[in-house]
Each structure stands twice: as C-alpha cells, then as structure tokens.
Write a protein of this length. Structure first.
Length: 154
C-alpha cells in the first residue's frame, strides 16, 4: 500500500518519545465519550488503529489514565502527553493518537462514536456516527469502507 506513504514518524509534545509506524491504519475514529474528553482535555479523541507490531516506540513512557488491564493508556514520562492505547482486542491492536504524527494534516475520522455525549458545536468530519461504540460485528464493514474511502496522506 504505497499510497499511505509509510513509514510515519511521530512524537510527543516535548519530543522525548518518538514513534514510528510501519503499517497502514485499519480505521480512523473520533470518540466523543466523557472519558475521552477528560483524557484529551479536549472535545474528543482522534485515533488511528494499527496492528500492535506496526508501532515502534523510543523513549520512556508510563501508564496513566484509568490504569486498566485492557485498553492501557500510555503517556510520555516527561510531558505526560497521551500517546497510544495498548491491549485492544487482547493486545492485537493499538489505538494511536493521530495528533502525535509529524504530519497529521490529512487525518479525518471515518467513524465517530459516542455522539450521545458529544459537546454542542463539535463537528469531527466523520462519515458514520454511532450513539455509543459500534458493535464488534460492524468493524469488518467499517474497516473495508475506510480502506477504500478513508482519508490518506496527500
Ligand atoms: Zn471515548
Ligand atoms: Zn514528552
């Protein structure tokens, strides 16, 4: 998939953690849930899902957020930037914070979740909206749609 212009480089706010992504994202999602509002300190989280093996991390990270056994939130140890979430689907996937990319200028979420908790006035640009999370059986169709019609690097 050369049209993804891989690999991608990324870093935290202070630059002590650098990351490299070597596979195409499976989906781009915005989540408007109250948890993501608090974690990001913003109106919603913006995630790219990758196979866990596609993410290479250099620098010191630490666990933060809810300190769960699944969906483990990783932060820069120095600037405390939320970087990615591991332990998705038993560790197969990571949800990467798209705004860490050196070039995030092309990212548009394909799906948005928890619009039931969306702040008034927020428009994410997603094509498909769910009141809560999409159920697991919807993901194959959503990923196929993203692969063909989702936003890609210019
Ligand atoms: Zn959320
Ligand atoms: Zn940092």
């Amino acid at each position: 998939m050369t049209d993804w212009k891989l690999p991608w480089n990324a870093s935290c706010l202070c630059g002590r953690v650098t990351m490299r992504i070597s596979a195409a994202p499976m989906i781009a999602m915005a989540c408007h849930c109250r948890g993501c509002q608090k974690l990001t300190s913003g109106p919603y989280s913006l995630s790219l899902m990758f196979p866990a093996a596609a993410l290479d991390v250099q620098g010191e990270t630490e666990i933060g957020g809810l300190h769960r056994d699944e969906s483990v939130h990783h932060f820069c140890a120095h600037c405390k930037n939320w970087l990615y979430t591991c332990g998705i689907a038993g560790g197969q996937f990571v949800n990467f914070r798209a705004t860490m990319l050196d070039d995030a200028s092309w990212v548009i979420p394909y799906v948005e979740s928890y619009v039931s908790e969306k702040l008034p006035g927020v428009v994410s640009g997603a094509r498909i909206s769910f009141d809560e999370f999409p159920t697991a059986d919807r993901y194959p169709e959503l990923m196929a749609g993203f692969a063909t019609a989702g936003a890609k690097p210019q």
